[in-house]
Design a protein around this ligand. Structure first.
Ligand SMILES: [Zn+2]
Length: 400
């Protein structure tokens, strides 16, 4: 890959693209600020999406559209009609609609909620589109540019799920790259998946003295949690299970009618998550049935509801997308670190599409707070890294 990238960078058209990236740095930062100033709370990304669509079209992407869930899509045609390479950044923030989204300058830093996560990613997408357009580089495979909705917690990855769902534009993609936040070294190649559950145990309830002996949902739940804590969980790949919250009961002198617990299970492997979920359900069922059998009178009922699901997955380190991302990172003079996180790449990873997430250059801090900041130190290298990665994955058509 390093040799291939050296060859690609020797092409005069790619040198022009590199110059275009450096010359366009101020525009890239201006677009980053402009987009960050448009509120994009979870489930309300439309206004920022509309502006992103205008900018994508202005930077030369073709057939810019908004899909059924609000993702903004734009295309670069390939010389061949192959599977597309998808490059994405997310539109949404974690901030509510009433959070002020002004961006201010303090020294060499820009401060504002979302300025890095993911204002930077959106700006990098536009900068890469501009560099391709200005220099007329022809790529072998088509590239799909996607500004997604719903990446952050509450959105539960709904944008990227739609993209890779039935009839989604990303189905069958050759590779997926998400540009998320700042930085030059991190390449996320593994996605932690999670499944969240709420266990509810119900019983007849009654007086703590008069009705003593009736089935007690809290006793049953306590015994169940004890068994969950003692479960032998898969270790390779690792699966975790955490009882994170619990509660219930009515009064100090009453046998409760209800008790509940919330459970978070995680793994990089979908198969492991399924094993953990199966173990959870079997344990809950047998434990509550046992408690009911020992109680006088009315029995206990139990429900396990799914509160949320994030698929997990991993991209093998010898896959093209990871090798290309490593080469692209080294080409900007940085030694990459492979890491694990929950990002838009989780969904294609779980679908078996090679995927990675990386930063868009520059430095940042305090993400997910209103004091989030971005410093444009080595920002252009973030754009170059994404451009190199794209050229490696989509292939450059020889020409003059
Ligand atoms: Zn993000």
């Amino acid at each position: 890959m390093d040799d291939l990238l050296r060859q690609i960078r020797d092409d005069p058209r790619v040198r022009r693209a590199e110059s275009s990236v450096l010359a366009g740095d101020a525009t890239t930062v201006a677009q980053q600020v402009l987009l960050t100033r448009i509120p994009a709370p979870p489930f309300r990304e439309e206004a920022r999406g509309r502006r992103m669509a205008e900018l994508m079209a202005a930077e030369g992407l073709e057939d810019v559209t908004v899909d059924g869930t609000g993702n903004v899509l734009g295309h670069v045609r390939g010389a061949e009609d192959g599977a597309p390479v998808v490059v994405s950044a997310h539109l949404d923030t974690i901030f509510t609609a009433d959070t002020p989204v002004a961006v201010r300058e303090e020294g060499d830093r820009l401060l504002g909620p979302g300025i890095s996560d993911d204002g930077r990613g959106l700006a990098v997408l536009l900068a890469v589109a501009r560099a391709l357009h200005e220099t007329g580089l022809r790529l072998r495979s088509p590239v799909l540019f996607a500004a997604t909705v719903g990446e952050e917690g509450p959105g539960n990855l709904r944008g990227v799920r739609h993209l890779f769902g039935p009839d989604g534009a990303g189905v069958g993609a050759a590779a997926f790259v998400s540009v998320d936040g700042a930085g030059l070294d991190r390449i996320v190649t593994r996605g932690v998946g999670s499944r969240r559950f709420r266990i509810t145990v119900r019983g007849p309830g009654g007086h703590s003295w008069v009705d003593w002996g009736l089935a007690n949902p809290i006793h049953a739940l306590g015994a169940t949690v004890g068994r969950l804590a003692a479960l032998e969980l898969p270790t390779d790949p690792l699966g975790t299970l955490t009882v994170a919250r619990w509660g219930g009961g009515t009064s100090i002198n009453a046998i409760p009618q209800e008790a509940w617990a919330e459970v978070d299970a995680r793994s990089e492997s979908e198969a492991t998550l399924t094993r953990v979920e199966d173990a959870l359900r079997a344990t809950v069922e047998s434990s509550v049935a046992e408690a009911a059998a020992h109680a006088a009178g009315g029995g206990l009922s139990v429900e396990v509801d799914v509160l949320g699901v994030r698929p997990g997955g991993a991209t093998p380190t010898d896959s093209d997308v990871v090798r290309a991302a490593v080469a692209a990172t080294r080409a900007v003079g940085v030694e990459p670190t492979l890491s694990c996180s929950s990002t838009d790449a989780n969904v294609p990873m779980a679908a078996g599409i090679p995927a990675a997430t990386m930063g868009g250059g520059g430095e940042a801090g305090l993400a997910h707070t209103t004091d989030e900041w971005y410093r444009n130190r080595r920002g252009p290298e973030g754009v170059l890294r994404a451009l190199y990665l794209l050229l490696l994955l989509a292939g450059l058509v020889p020409g003059v």
